[in-house]
Design a protein around this ligand. Structure first.
Ligand code: HC1
Ligand code: SF4
Length: 574
């Protein structure tokens, strides 16, 4: 242990501790902008580029950045000297001198770390004035918007894109005053191999990267009397939306969420979880078929659209290994425009199908051409958890004060198996619950497979299913996925089935969720809430959902029937 002194307090810290981390031991909050530490991924953005966290160290002539400077034996540190405070203020003032002053109308207003820091440091005027960057915004994609004029070169997005996701889309463009982070040659995002996972958006401290906001499209649909507007809500939204209304992370808000959507006047409020139960029916059938009939193994789950984009771009030679199942969002969208339209006697052309997702890639997924049939899309408009929060605030809905409501039928019933889709490991646990009973013809008494749970980036487990040892792999974060895919390509994969989710933690950590500011504890609390919601459910296996059984009986026939295949399966393009 090292003995150090911070602001007059003597403490001991292990070797390898940064001054920033040591300061937390004595409850000091040194401000930073570029710092990002994701312990579960072993990732630290340690560029020390913002120079906001400068502190004084006795015997050192220059101030040092506390985020990257390691403690040494006997170090005496002052975080609150006038020199350190002035250096911090100067760093922020210099950033502000080249920043658009449109805070009141900015997408990140009141969510911006730079704005919050200027407020915290009491900055009231900027001493430095002069030229400002004036680049066009990149609005080329369905998912995200890039505004280089708001980039402060903190490089957090680069760390997420290049180290966590290994996508390599973002790096410094230009040099000196003209520098900003973007794709090589400043290509439009739509022309790159971006997966639209949105993890760069999730960690951007300003509005240099934000989601495409579709709320006005939803308002227009809701105000069009000729349209029948239905909405579905993803599993992960219900355990995070409360954060936008000052409820603690990990609060389960399912019933309030349904009430809120009804208050917005959607004609029907459906549950993406129903789509997830449907996915399990199709995916478990496909897995059993591949196992019993010598099909391609391992089979990969296919419900995460950023992951789908990733393997299409980076592993075009492996397109036959993912499941052909559409994602739950798109399966439900497909059922809304076919089964529901038929039962409710509606013309699909007059239905507007809206999704509330924790994810930016879902926006791009809904726009994929193969998911459009007879001139209408399975899903028409996707908004994020954050965008829904904004709509509810505009409508003056007191979210916390709402009572609970139930989803509408025919597409609103769900099981615990579908809820856990929202966390890493959940899709495969749901699939095992069904595949087990279908393969063994025995009742599965213990439905919780704890060995599939957790936050480790790559996990594996073997589950005994009758005579068979089902070898399961799980990865979250695309860098982890890449490792499992490289093993498949090299012929050394030891798995029968692999679940992959692009975002850290799975959808609960999606790019459209309330900002977590790099705090993985928030994601863990959302995960606990997901498992609690599963635990609270009466039915916990997808194949026991009575409305799923009715859907097959009345409309689809059997899982993987010709009709089910046409409506619920897809293909991939390199
Ligand atoms: Fe997800 Fe899924 S779990 S991909 O993470 O399979 O977005 O929540 O809706 O489609 O169900 C996201 C979440 C979501 C799909 C489901
Ligand atoms: Fe990289 Fe994902 Fe951002 Fe695209 S959306 S630039 S893949 S982090």
């Amino acid at each position: 242990m090292l003995h150090i002194t911070i602001n007059g307090q003597s403490i001991q810290v292990p070797e390898g501790t940064t001054i920033l981390d040591a300061s937390k031991v004595v409850n000091l909050d040194i401000p930073t902008l570029c710092h990002l530490k994701l312990d579960d991924f072993g990732i630290v953005n340690q560029t020390a580029s913002c120079r906001v966290c400068m502190v004084e160290v006795e015997g050192r002539p220059a101030l040092v950045p506390s985020c990257s400077e390691l403690c040494t034996e006997g170090m005496v540190i002052r975080t609150d000297s006038m020199r350190a405070i002035n250096a911090r203020r100067t760093a922020v003032e210099l950033l502000l001198s080249n920043h658009p002053f449109d805070c009141l109308t900015c997408a990140k207003n009141l969510e911006c770390d730079l704005q919050a820091l200027a407020q915290k440091l009491g900055i009231r005027e900027i001493q430095y004035t002069g030229e400002k960057m004036n680049y066009p915004m990149d609005t080329s994609s369905y998912a995200l918007i890039k505004d280089p004029n708001k980039c402060i070169m903190c490089r957090r997005c680069e760390t997420m894109c290049n180290e966590v996701q290994t996508c390599g889309i973002l790096s410094a463009v230009n040099r000196g005053f003209d520098v900003f982070v973007g794709p090589a040659f400043n290509l439009d995002m739509a022309d790159t191999s971006c997966t639209f996972c949105g993890q760069c958006v999730a960690v951007c401290p300003t509005a240099a990267l934000t989601e495409v906001n579709n709320t006005s499209k939803v308002w227009n649909a809701l105000n069009d009397p000729t349209k029948h507007v239905v909405v579905q809500v993803a599993p992960a939204v219900r355990v995070a939306i409360g954060e936008l209304f000052d409820m603690p992370p990990g609060t389960i808000s399912t019933g309030k969420l349904v009430s809120a959507l009804k208050a917005l006047n959607f004609d029907s409020v459906f549950d993406t979880d129903f789509g997830a139960d449907l996915t399990i029916m199709e995916e478990a059938t496909e897995l059993i078929d591949r196992i019993q009939n010598g099909g391609t193994l391992p089979m990969l789950t296919s419900c995460c659209p950023a992951w789908v984009k990733f393997f299409e771009h980076q592993f075009p030679d492996l397109l036959d290994i993912p499941s052909t199942c559409k994602s739950p969002q798109i399966m439900l969208g497909s059922m809304i425009k076919s089964y529901y339209a038929e039962k409710a006697d509606l013309d699909p052309a007059n239905i507007v199908s809206v999704s509330v997702m924790p994810c930016l890639a879902k926006k791009a997924e809904a726009a994929r051409p193969e998911l459009t049939k007879d001139a209408h899309s399975d899903v028409d408009i996707v908004i994020t958890t954050r965008e829904l929060g904004q709509m509810l605030k505009i409508a003056g809905i007191d979210f916390e004060g709402l009572s609970n409501s139930e989803f509408d039928q025919l597409l609103g019933e769900s099981t615990g198996a579908s809820v856990i889709f929202g966390t890493t490991g959940g899709v495969i646990e749901a699939a095992v619950r069904t595949a087990y009973e279908w393969l063994t013809h025995e009742t599965l008494e213990k439905v919780e497979f704890k060995q599939l749970r957790g936050m480790e980036g790559i996990r594996s487990a073997t589950v005994k299913v009758g005579d068979m040892n089902l070898r399961i792999g799980i990865a979250h974060g695309l860098g982890n996925a890449r490792k499992l895919l490289n093993d498949i390509r090299d012929g050394v994969s030891k798995f029968d089935v692999i679940e992959i989710m692009a975002c850290p933690g799975g959808c609960i950590g999606g790019g459209g969720q309330p900002y977590h500011h790099g705090d993985m504890e928030i994601i863990k609390l959302r995960q606990q809430a997901i498992y609690q919601e599963d635990h609270n459910k009466k039915l916990r296996k997808s194949h026991e959902n009575p409305y799923i059984l009715k859907l097959y009986k009345d409309y689809l026939g059997k899982p993987n029937s010709e009709k089910a295949h046409k409506l619920l399966h897809t293909h991939y393009t390199p």
